[in-house]
Ligand binder design. Structure first.
Ligand code: ADP
Ligand code: MG
Length: 199
């Protein structure tokens, strides 16, 4: 079973990974966006870590809802409300149980990803974070390592796509040939989950 501390450790691992990879995320966003994706997520996850330390929530759902709120309020870019929605909706789906099962997390994450797709009106193939998140939740029933691999492949597979959502879509065909920054950061978040789950 997964408790509040597991989810806290996931978000701390995600924050550390975002710190390590911020320059790369910004570089990807400089090719097809406005070069702020690394800084956006660093600002957001720094706020998440501070909020979790200030008042550690006692349930998995509360950890994710708190983190989601921080991302929504602290990140100016498109990715803040989208990642905030992912965590908040996943947290709400977990309810107020003190511990949740892998299966419950699987279902809750699927609801979270569906909420992101609805908010951003993105479908797989649009060259967004959905291209990493959707294969990850589809692979998750096979385990955390499978989800990580699916997310990493999904991010790589955005390279030949033309962006149909977000800032990169303004580039039209010129968005082809570049990896989507949001799909790349999504793969980092899924990898952090696999890391704390020991997968
Ligand atoms: P901004 O585009 O406002 O500068 P960021 O640079 O932080 O925001 O995030 C850009 C990423 O957000 C993109 O690489 C893409 O993955 C994701 N994104 C943008 N718009 C959408 C959308 N409508 N649906 C899903 N993801 C999106
Ligand atoms: Mg940007």
């Amino acid at each position: 079973m997964l408790d509040a501390d597991f989810f806290r450790r996931w978000l701390l691992a995600a924050a550390a990974s975002v710190d390590r990879e911020a320059a790369r995320l910004t570089e990807l966003d400089s090719a097809i966006g406005d070069a702020d994706h690394g800084a956006n997520l660093q600002r957001g996850f720094t706020a998440v870590v501070a909020a979790l330390e200030a008042e550690p929530p006692q349930t998995p759902g509360a950890v994710l809802v708190l983190a989601g709120r921080q991302l929504i309020s602290k990140v100016g870019g498109a990715s803040g409300p989208l990642y905030g929605t992912l965590l908040r909706r996943t947290g709400k789906a977990l309810g107020d149980a003190a511990e949740v099962s892998d299966e419950q997390l699987c279902e809750a994450l699927a609801a979270g990803v569906a909420a992101v797709a609805e908010l951003g009106k993105a479908v797989p193939g649009d060259k967004t974070m959905i291209d990493a998140l959707t294969p990850a939740v589809e692979a998750l029933p096979d385990g955390y390592a499978a989800a990580r691999e699916a997310a990493e492949k999904g991010a790589l597979d955005t390279v030949p796509l033309q962006a149909r959502k977000g800032r990169a879509s303004y580039l039209g065909e010129r968005s082809i040939g570049h990896q989507d920054p949001g799909a790349t950061s999504s793969a980092l978040l899924v990898a952090a989950l696999a890391e704390v789950a020991g997968g």
